[in-house]
Design a protein around this ligand. Sequence first.
Ligand SMILES: Cc1ncc(COP(=O)(O)O)c(C=O)c1O
Length: 506
Amino acid sequence: MSNTPSSLLNVERKDHTLTQNDTPLFTGLKKHADRNPVQFHIPGHKKGAGMDPEFRAFAGDNILSIDLINIAPLDDLHQPKSLIKDAQDLAAKAFGADHTFFSVQGTSGAIMTMVMSVCGPGEKIIVPRNVHKSVMSAIVFCGAIPIFIHPEVDKELGISHGITPISVAHALEQHPDAKGVLVINPTYFGIAADLREIVKIAHEQDVPVLVDEAHGVHIHFHDGLPASAMQAGADMAATSVHKLGGSLTQSSVLNVKEGLVSPKRVQSILSMLTTTSTSYPLLASLDTARRRLAIDGKELISQSISLAENIRERLSEIDQIKCIGSEILGTPATYDYDPTKIIISIKELGITGYHAEVWLREQYNLEVELSDLYNILCIVTPGDTQYEADILVEAMQALAKEFRHDSSHSVPEVILPDIPLLAVTPREAFYADTELLPLDDTVGRVCAEFIMVYPPGIPIFIPGEIITEDNLRYIHENIEAGLPVQGPQDETLTKLRVIKEHRAIK
Ligand SMILES: Cc1ncc(COP(=O)(O)O)c(C=O)c1O
């Protein structure tokens, strides 16, 4: 986007031109609020006057004055024709998409829309095993058959990366009838695969590529970052503007390129999954975040990259702390990376990332983005300055000093479970009659729930898969190693929910 001539980013209307400096929806809402209409419509708080005074004072009258509903002058997200359409069209230009749809159901809603736009009951979709739960929700809703690809696992860091072009090629060779390939790019940790190559491979078979771009809204706006989904030629991308692009939490976009997918079908499925009471503050924040990314994004992101590199250099000087940088690149799964993600490996200190997260909270009032067995992850955005950077470095120096001599805690190894066979679709398993059985009596039965270990965040079982002895052993090993096994209804994991077998009645 940074090299696109500005005239190509404009939106032409009959009697005027909209540029990336315009915010049609936000400006329209402010004008409407300035007219101060008498409101006999919802929301019943009526510009805050009818709500709890403490919350009103805290939230502020400005935001409450644009907390409105889809009356005619304010357009309708379900059938956009004026303000929302203009805002979405400007966003499409900025993101290099043919169409952009605003989502007030987060990236989860946009991901479910992508999956349900390309496949239906009994149809196949190729997905990484470590997909976000919204992908599996959509697969249950629409009755599709997931074809899993193992993501590459970095044993040293104990994290999973993305899927590789070669694994996509193999999956498509074995399943040429797949209706789509879903890729997580970049990953939560900022690692990117060669997305252009993955798109090329899938498009050779006319299979659309759907990108979970939850952690990459900013990459489109800076040439020094991995290629965005739209730059790589993907067909759809669910992109969390709220995570790293400066809009309000829950607001995301779904970018679409025409050709292999129908934008009309995308619009109607997104609408089926979306509340009829769409939040205008969320939508307006998407409109303004797009302006900021399009106009100032390159400069702001350059500053974030410099700040992050500065933090990385200083953290790397601390004994027993590793701050991952470009040395991670060079494998098919680590084609590129986003330096604004600070992956700090504390494995050598002999404490877990979870422990470090709690310590940093209690000692430094510092909250990290996530922690796992070996690492903590911190994100640097235009919201950070040298002040926050210095606190992080100081806190990590203190953490290293505190735990330097503590090597009593041995850290368990991250291993990878085999993917079991799917006996019935996840949807059939979800709706089947089920029963709870003691864990060790479930071998050969069909699982009815999700069981996963984090890290590396890869499910051991999903609903519909046949339980094997090997995978049960894997669960036991993880429990013994103190790794969190997540998902089962019975949190003690002594029992597992399986599909009931109906035997002939004598
Ligand atoms: C990889 C990935 N995809 C999708 C999502 C869902 O995004 P949202 O929270 O905006 O619904 C997340 C959320 O953390 C995520 O990590």
